[in-house]
Design a protein. Structure first.
Length: 186
């Protein structure tokens, strides 16, 4: 790790992203990688990777805030469920090919909440709308200083790295060779 490099870098970031990044530094120490615009931690807490970004995004669900910290896990999402996750929360990001899912919000607790609800949707325990309603409830409970179990930890075990979905080919080597031959003849 690079000493105080992450802390020094975020001093020049906008308040919205600086505050969020500092929460990650406070929790996990200085990042494993640092550039002027990104801080990256690998295999900290329950995460495959955490990324704090200088850039931040306005997000209105469940209330106005900014997103700048992204938490990644290994997780295979069936293709037919991806649209339900997008309906639930636009800051839950599925990379089916890599076999990862991430949540991007202001802090780790909100990312835990989003990913626990993502799992509920994938496993059929909640609909996207039910997950949105639960998210809002737990968000308010956090403010009320009531228990917030979905913000405390992941309630499922992420994949072990064998979650990638490389899909399947539509074109054969013969199709490609035929196209090359047709291209030469044209």
């Amino acid at each position: 790790m690079g000493g105080a490099r992450g802390t020094e870098i975020v001093n020049g970031w906008p308040e919205e992203s600086r505050e969020a990044a500092q929460l990650v530094i406070d929790a996990y120490g200085e990042p494993h990688e640092a550039t002027e615009s990104l801080l990256v931690w690998h295999n900290v807490g329950p995460w495959k990777r955490m990324v704090a970004s200088r850039d931040f995004y306005a997000h209105e669900f469940p209330t106005s805030h900014t997103d700048s910290v992204e938490s990644f896990i290994d997780y295979r999402v069936p293709a037919d469920v991806v649209s339900q996750l997008a309906e639930f929360d636009g800051s839950v990001i599925v990379d089916r090919t890599a076999g990862t899912v991430s949540a991007r919000c202001h802090d780790e607790q909100a990312n835990l909440l989003a990913l626990n609800l993502m799992h509920d949707i994938v496993t059929g325990q909640r609909t996207a709308e039910e997950a949105r309603q639960y998210y809002a409830k737990e968000f308010l409970d956090y403010r009320r200083k009531k228990p917030t179990p979905y913000m405390d930890k992941l309630h499922f075990t992420p994949g072990d790295g064998d979650t990638a979905d490389p899909d399947h080919p539509l074109l054969t080597e013969q199709d490609l060779q035929q196209a090359v031959e047709e291209g030469k003849a044209a």
